[in-house]
Design a protein around this ligand. Structure first.
Ligand SMILES: [Zn+2]
Length: 93
């Protein structure tokens, strides 16, 4: 236990006390991002195939009822789907 405390102290020394506010800010940002996800995602992100181009993608279900399609690399599927214009027309109709 004492050894663990000492090594934690050594880590803080190595990082430098000046680093602590920066790390705290990063942690706060991550916490905000996680809170945002939990507040806006309904159930989860489901793996789907695009009904038009059949590319593998992920569908984020938002509490608002909107569905946001993402490519496996994290980019929006609307920006890469060859049928994206048809989706936009359908949403307006
Ligand atoms: Zn598609």
């Amino acid at each position: 236990m004492t050894d663990e405390l000492e090594s934690a102290g050594q880590i803080l020394e190595r990082l430098g006390l000046a680093e602590i506010p920066r790390l705290q800010a990063e942690i706060d940002q991550l916490r905000q991002n996680i809170t945002f996800l939990f507040e806006h995602l309904n159930v989860s992100i489901v793996k789907r195939e695009c009904v038009r181009c059949h590319a593998p993608m992920y569908l984020a279900l938002l509490k608002s009822g909107r569905k946001m399609p993402f490519n496996p690399d994290g980019s929006s599927h609307f920006s890469s789907c060859p049928f994206a214009n048809e989706f936009r027309k359908e949403r307006k109709a």
